[in-house]
Design a protein around this ligand. Structure first.
Ligand SMILES: Nc1nc2c(c(=O)[nH]1)N[C@H]1C(S)=C(S)[C@@H](COP(=O)(O)O)O[C@H]1N2
Ligand SMILES: [Mo]
Length: 552
C-alpha cells in the first residue's frame, strides 16, 4: 500500500519538532516560575538558578574566577545567571523535541533537572533544611506535567505506515480528546491544535502569574532587615577619626577622591542574592581554641561598646595592577582585639594557642585571618558603619570585619555571624581551598588615574596623578617615569594615616608624540614597589602600572 492512500494528512517531522520546542520552552518556563514561587516560601537562595549558580561559583577554579572578574567585573554574577538561563533554555528545547517522540522520557528529563537543582540547593553551606530542595522539585514536577500534557495534544509520533505492527506504546492509543485520523486503520492521531494552544497558553499565563507573585514575595522578604537598617541611628564614636588633612585631597580632575562614596565602592563577593540580615535578631558567636569565655553578642551589645571611627583603605586580591578593586571609606565599629581579649584569647606571640581567626558569614563564606595581625594593635574592626551610614547591604549589613593591611579575602568578612579561633594547620578557609594564599598582606601598589590610557592631551604641562597604597606601612614616596627616562619624584598629598591610600601628582612638561608613563611607590620600610609582574593568584598582583598616551 502506498502512503498517500493511507495517510491523507501525514504531519511533517519539522512541525512535530517545532511543537516539541514550543512545549519544552513552556515547560521550562513553568518549572522556573513555580520554583520562584516556592522559593519565596522557603528562602530566595533555594531557587534552582541561584543554587546552581552558587554551586558553580564555588567550583570555579581560581583562574576562571579571576578571568570572570577581570572581564565582567562586578557584572560577573549577571553574566553567570544569564549563562545558566541560556543553558536551561537550550536544554528545555532539546527535552521538548525528545518528548515529541518519547513523551515519558522527555518529561522524565525535566524531573532529572529538578533533582540536580535540589541537590545544589541542599548542598549549599548556608542550607539549613531539606526544604531548600522544594523549589526545584515542585518546579520540575509542574514542568514535567506541562510537557506531558502538551505532548498528549500532539498525538502519536510513530511512523504512519505501521498499522498492524502492534508495537505502539499505550501513548499511541488515541484518547477521547484526540480526534482520530480520518483514515481507517491508521494509528496516527491528528494533533489537537486547539487543545495544544489552549493548554500552552494557560500554562504560560499561569506561570507568568506564579513567577511574578514569587518575585514580589522574594523582593519583599528582606522587609524586617530593611526596616532594621532604616530605623538605625548609629551612636557617635567615642574615638573619632582624626580629621582628614585638607591637603590629603588634591584638586586635580580625574584623581580618585580620598574617600570613596558608598555607591562607588567596589563590591566583590560570591553572593548571588545579597543577604538581608535583620540587625535586631543578628548574633555573633565567638568560640574555639584558646577561648576561655565564649561569647555571643547582639547588635545592641556592639552599639553599647566604645565605637571607634577610622579611615581604612580596602583592597581586593583580585585587583590587577592599575585595577579598580580598591576603595577608601570612613568606617565605624568596635575593636575586635578588645572583644577577643575579653573572651580570653591571646595572640600567638603571647602564648595563644590559635593562630587563625575564621570568620563565617550568614551565606557560609569563611575568611581566615592571622590572630597575630588582628591583635597587634592595629584597628581591626567589627564595622557597623560606612561613611556615616549603617553598612549598605552589599557591604555587609549589619556587621563586617576589617583588618587594615590585609586583602579582603583574608580579613573583611561581610554579613559575619561567627568567629572561630583555630590554627592554619587545622583549617583552610573558602579561598584557600581554591588555591589562594593562606596569608596575604596587601602589596604596595600605585595607580595612574589621569591621564587615562590612550588619552590625547595637548602639549604643555599635563598633570599626571593617581593614588598609592601600602596599608599599615604607609606610602613614603611615589615616582613617575616618562618613557625610558629617569624616575622622577612625584608630589605626595598629605597622609591621613598609614592605613589609607595617598594621592600623588606629577606636573609633566609633555612633548609631542607617543609616551609611556609608569609609576612606582615606596613604603615606609623603604621597600620599592617591585617591577616583577605577577598574576593576582595566589597572593595579589605586583608590577608597575603604566599608561600610554599621545600628545597632540
Ligand atoms: N560574606 C562574604 N564576605 C566577603 C566576601 C564574600 O564573598 N562573602 N568577599 C571578600 C572579598 S574577596 C573582598 S575583596 C571584600 C570586598 O568587600 P566589599 O564588597 O565591601 O568591597 O569582601 C570580603 N568579604
Ligand atoms: Mo577580594
Amino acid at each position: 500500500m502506498s502512503e498517500d492512500q493511507k495517510v491523507p494528512r501525514a504531519r511533517p517531522a519539522w512541525r512535530r519538532c517545532l511543537l516539541g520546542v514550543v512545549s519544552g520552552l513552556v515547560a521550562g518556563y513553568t518549572a522556573l516560575a513555580v520554583a520562584e514561587l516556592v522559593s519565596a516560601t522557603v528562602r530566595p537562595q533555594s531557587g534552582p538558578v541561584i543554587a546552581v549558580g552558587s554551586a558553580a561559583i564555588d567550583r570555579t577554579p581560581a583562574a576562571v574566577k579571576d578571568y570572570a572578574i577581570r572581564h565582567f567585573g562586578t557584572n560577573d554574577k549577571l553574566v553567570l545567571q544569564l549563562g545558566i538561563l541560556a543553558t536551561l533554555t537550550v536544554l528545555a528545547l532539546l527535552l521538548g523535541v525528545l518528548a515529541a517522540y518519547r513523551r515519558r522520557v522527555g518529561a522524565g528529563g525535566v524531573l532529572v533537572f529538578g533533582v540536580v537543582g535540589a541537590w545544589a540547593a541542599t548542598s549549599r553551606p548556608d542550607s539549613m533544611s531539606w526544604t531548600d530542595a522544594l523549589p526545584s522539585v515542585v518546579g520540575a514536577v509542574f514542568g514535567a506535567g506541562v510537557l506531558y500534557v502538551l505532548m498528549g495534544r500532539l498525538g502519536s509520533g510513530k511512523p504512519t505506515h505501521t498499522p498492524a505492527t502492534a508495537t505502539q506504546s499505550r501513548e499511541d492509543i488515541p484518547t477521547a480528546a484526540e480526534p482520530v485520523g480520518s483514515a481507517a486503520g491508521t494509528r496516527e492521531a491528528r494533533w489537537d491544535r486547539r487543545g495544544f494552544i489552549i493548554a500552552a497558553t494557560a500554562a504560560a499565563a499561569a506561570s507568568t502569574t506564579a513567577g511574578a507573585v514569587g518575585r514580589t514575595l522574594n523582593n519583599a522578604r528582606g522587609e524586617n532587615a530593611v526596616a532594621s537598617r532604616s530605623s538605625l541611628r548609629l551612636p557617635a564614636a567615642a574615638s573619632v577619626a582624626a580629621p582628614v588633612p585638607k591637603r590629603a585631597q588634591l584638586r586635580i580632575p580625574g584623581v580618585s577622591p580620598f574617600v570613596t562614596a558608598n555607591k562607588d565602592f567596589y563590591r566583590v563577593d560570591t553572593a548571588l542574592v545579597v543577604p538581608k540580615v535583620d540587625a535586631s535578631t543578628w548574633r555573633l558567636r565567638i568560640h574555639g581554641k584558646g577561648v576561655t569565655r565564649p561569647m555571643t553578642v547582639t547588635f545592641d551589645d556592639l552599639l553599647r561598646r566604645e565605637l571607634v571611627e577610622r579611615h581604612i583603605t580596602l583592597t581586593c586580591v583580585s585587583n590587577e595592577v592599575g585595577g579598580p578593586y580598591v576603595g577608601n571609606a570612613r568606617w565605624i565599629g568596635v575593636r575586635l582585639a578588645d572583644l577577643l581579649a575579653e573572651c580570653g584569647v591571646r595572640p600567638p606571640s603571647e602564648g595563644g594557642r590559635a593562630d587563625q581567626l575564621v570568620a563565617r558569614s550568614v551565606d557560609g563564606m569563611t575568611i581566615g585571618s592571622p590572630v597575630e595581625d588582628v591583635m597587634d594593635g592595629r584597628d581591626a574592626l567589627l564595622a557597623v558603619g560606612m561613611n556615616g551610614e549603617p553598612l549598605p547591604f552589599e557591604h555587609g549589613f549589619p556587621v563586617r570585619m576589617l583588618v587594615p593591611g590585609l586583602y579582603g579575602y583574608v580579613s573583611a568578612c561581610k554579613w559575619i555571624e561567627n568567629i572561630e579561633l583555630t590554627t592554619f594547620d587545622a583549617y583552610d578557609a573558602y579561598w584557600v581551598k581554591r588555591k589562594w594564599a593562606r596569608r596575604a598582606p596587601i602589596k604596595t601598589q600605585s595607580r595612574i588615574d589621569t591621564p587615562k590610557p590612550f588619552a590625547r592631551p595637548t602639549t604643555g604641562t599635563v598633570m599626571v596623578a593617581g593614588v598609592a597604597w601600602a596599608q599599615h606601612h604607609g606610602v613614603d614616596r611615589v615616582e613617575v617615569r616618562i618613557d625610558d627616562g629617569p624616575w622622577q619624584q612625584a608630589d605626595l598629598a598629605a597622609e591621613d594615616t598609614r592605613d589609607t591610600w595617598r594621592q600623588w601628582s606629577f606636573p609633566w612638561k609633555a612633548t609631542k608624540g607617543g609616551h609611556t608613563l609608569a609609576v612606582r611607590a615606596t613604603d615606609r620600610a623603604g621597600r620599592i614597589q617591585t617591577e616583577r609582574r605577577t598574576r593576582t593568584v595566589p597572593d595579589g598582583a605586583s608590577g608597575w602600572h603604566s599608561v600610554v598616551v599621545t600628545i597632540d
